[in-house]
Design a protein around this ligand. Structure first.
Ligand SMILES: [Fe+2]
Length: 451
């Protein structure tokens, strides 16, 4: 059964709309685009509609300028297959291992360019300002293999870091791209069993690698399982601290678990603090689910002693952790996540059967974490709201002086709103709500890309 139902149901049209209706006042300092990527299969009859991670990427964008919401656009990423289905010529560009995929996981800005990204082998797709597909990109031949869905930008050096993996490799690949968009460093890190690696962390000293027991499964691949990665008890679990300077990796064992996402990480004296959304298990028997609910946890790693201390920051099920990216890799205080208890209950019911997702099934909340005080503020958007990933946009110097941008389904209108919250007035009235002309399905990650 397809997972693309309810909030995940794909849209069938590409929309362009200008001068969107706004409630409240869009801050005049927000000049740029809020973009968000997610899987949107061309047809529910397609094999790409069989797994949430495989649907063709569609990027939704809202352009804000001078206090106005200038446009909304949504565009499929034109892989050759998508272009063909839409009756268009293929876009030019290189491929890794001849693998062409309409990148569906994240969308980022780099060097004045826009990229839709995905992991596990394919190259990113470059988009133009108005979200039309330019083509695949290997950064002028700088990428030896694929790229990564998640990247981390060092706010001081301006370097973009990525960790690529591929089922045919005996290593992960660390990639550094400079602010001009040139690949400046490639390092291979030997890793056995071809594990999945969705995200990593960056500190001032280290690239933090999660080597966790979800690995490529040849048996599942031969059976035709759409995403042939599965929990593998034999693999073990460890965290690698790779020196950004020397490339030397120090491995430290942790309890088996699965991590999709990092909130942030930083060096604390000789120790390293890594905050993640952590699942007790995942991808059991090649399925996404059956692993238990995620919690926000902290690893405090003592590399000299080879020990990790694990503490719980919040035991509510939550995902999509984001923070003020001026603090990436540095000590920080605030984090933002979206909580979706009912979503998880519906997606991953106790009997393990993936069921239809009724619109009313969602109970979506954003959480602002104050990690210094150990407190949280919750903002509830109501049933049917399908709250997406919160993106923080800085305004003043203080860490939470800024805005939280999030796409929220407006059930009454049957369309999405881009809600702009004041991060310092997290539960108060939104600063502005931009009313989009179309639904935006639940998806993955996005970015505010200032002009
Ligand atoms: Fe992700």
């Amino acid at each position: 059964m397809t997972p693309f139902t309810g909030g995940f149901a794909p849209v069938t049209d590409e929309t362009t709309a200008f001068d969107l209706e706004v409630t409240g006042r869009i801050p005049a300092e927000l000049n740029g685009r809020y973009l968000r990527n997610g899987p949107n299969p061309l047809s529910l009859d397609d094999p790409t509609a069989s797994h949430l991670f495989l649907g063709e990427g569609m990027v939704h964008g809202v352009r804000l300028r001078d206090g106005r919401a200038e446009w909304y656009r949504n565009r499929w990423v034109r892989s050759a297959r998508v272009a063909e289905r839409l009756g268009e010529p293929p876009r030019p560009g290189p491929l890794h291992k001849n693998w062409d995929f309409a990148a569906n996981t994240h969308v980022i800005g780099l060097a004045g360019r826009t990229f839709a990204t995905v992991e596990a082998g394919p190259l990113p797709y470059e988009l133009d300002y108005e979200l039309d597909t330019v083509g695949t990109c290997d950064f002028d031949g700088g990428l030896p293999g694929g790229f990564a869905a998640h990247t981390h930008l060092d706010p001081v050096s301006g370097e973009l870091h990525a960790l690529a993996y591929f089922f045919g490799w005996d290593h992960h690949q660390h990639i550094v791209i400079d602010p001009k968009g040139s690949v400046t460093r490639i390092r291979d890190i030997p890793i056995a069993d071809a594990p999945m690696l969705h995200d990593f962390a960056l500190t001032e000293r280290y690239v933090v690698i999660y080597d966790l027991p979800v690995t490529f499964s040849q048996a599942h691949a031969e059976k035709g399982v759409p995403l042939p990665y599965a929990w593998n008890d034999a693999h073990g679990a460890r965290i690698g601290l790779m020196s950004r300077q020397s490339g030397e990796v120090r491995w430290v064992e942790v309890d088996p678990c699965w991590v999709f996402h990092t909130l942030n990480a930083y060096d604390d004296g000789d120790e390293v603090v890594v905050d993640v959304v952590r699942y007790p298990k995942r991808f059991v028997d090649a399925r996404l689910d059956l692993g238990g609910l995620p919690t926000l946890d902290r690893w405090t790693i003592d590399p000299a002693a080879g020990k990790v201390r694990q503490t719980r920051l919040d035991d509510r099920p939550q995902e999509f952790p984001r923070m003020d990216e001026r603090r990436t890799g540095r000590p920080y205080r605030y984090g933002y996540t979206s909580a979706a208890r009912d979503l998880h209950d519906v997606l991953y019911p106790a009997d393990g059967e993936l069921e239809d997702l009724p619109d009313q099934a969602f109970d979506n909340t954003l959480i602002k974490h104050d990690l210094a005080r150990g407190t949280q503020e919750q903002r509830w958007f109501g049933r049917g709201a399908y709250v997406g990933e919160p993106a923080f946009v800085a305004s003043g110097a203080a860490e939470d002086d800024g805005y939280v941008l999030v796409l929220v389904n407006n059930e009454t209108r049957g369309a999405a709103d881009l809600v702009i919250l004041s991060a310092q007035d997290f539960t108060g009235e939104p600063v502005a709500t931009v009313h989009l002309p179309a639904r935006v399905p639940l998806g993955f990650h996005g970015s505010w890309i200032a002009d």
